[in-house]
Ligand binder design. Sequence first.
Ligand code: FMN
Length: 288
Amino acid sequence: VKGFHVQDQTTSLERKATDVVSDLIKARYAGREVPRANTFPMLETMLAHRSVRAYLDDPVHPEDLSAAIAAAQSAATSSNLQAWSVIVVTDPERKSRLATLAANQAHIRKAPLLLVWLADLSRLRKASRLEDQPGDGLDYLELFLTGAIDAALASQNAQVAFEAMGYGTCYIGSMRSYPEEVAAELKLPPEVFPVFGMTIGREDPAKVTSVKPRLPRHSICFNESYDASAQETDLGDYNSAMRDFQTRQSMPLVSWTQKSSRRVATADSLKNRDQLKHCLRRMGFALK
Ligand SMILES: Cc1cc2nc3c(=O)[nH]c(=O)nc-3n(C[C@H](O)[C@H](O)[C@H](O)COP(=O)(O)O)c2cc1C
């Protein structure tokens, strides 16, 4: 690994790893753009990410879960506040009730493990009381956002760790559709909010999916200042890349612009999450 970047020391094994990374980048950009990249094992894991929604019954090994949680706790966290927590759910009945609350998604029931990632200000409220501090900062939107960001960074580290250990995972944003009911199920105290769930398990080899192409790099990454000049062309290109992907995967054909614009069309399109601000206030977040 040490000599990875030294050209004349490259072994055939390292060249092979470079080919894998090149192929994955090609898949990620639908073959339209293949930037050169150095390779290292973690990059390969990240580039190979796919959401997995079909699982075998095999349980997640407790040591693997511990490793993933350690990876999550190793993520950067704003001012070391660690304003997040996570609930490990394996009980089939609880998982089923949570699936019902999360748009009835079948893969939540099927996955052997569900993690519910939480923005958690309750610990900081306690620390404030212990130190006779007012804790007024906790009442601001900024601290809710801090908790949500912390939870996202931690969960993403866990996702990469699980994928590196050969598991498949899928985020569950629908856990926010009925957050108060989720909170009751998980006995969450005030000022603790389920940001999203994550299913984990061994992927069913009969239902393996492919790397999903993303927008071209130049439409999300700009040099020095924002540049939307190529946006319309890029969206057209991406629509056809996604159509090709859907054809290969035998999925219904729907362009990205069509699907995404429908997803944000009206308050109703948010599937009860248009109520979020009111739910959060009832859950103890003042959001000043
Ligand atoms: C915060 C978040 C919430 C998500 N919620 C769901 C969900 O409720 N159900 C689901 O099947 N996939 C969900 N996903 C997965 C996305 O649909 C998926 O990441 C996206 O389509 C890209 O596909 P890929 O992950 O296979 O590359 C979610 C992803 C994120 C990041």
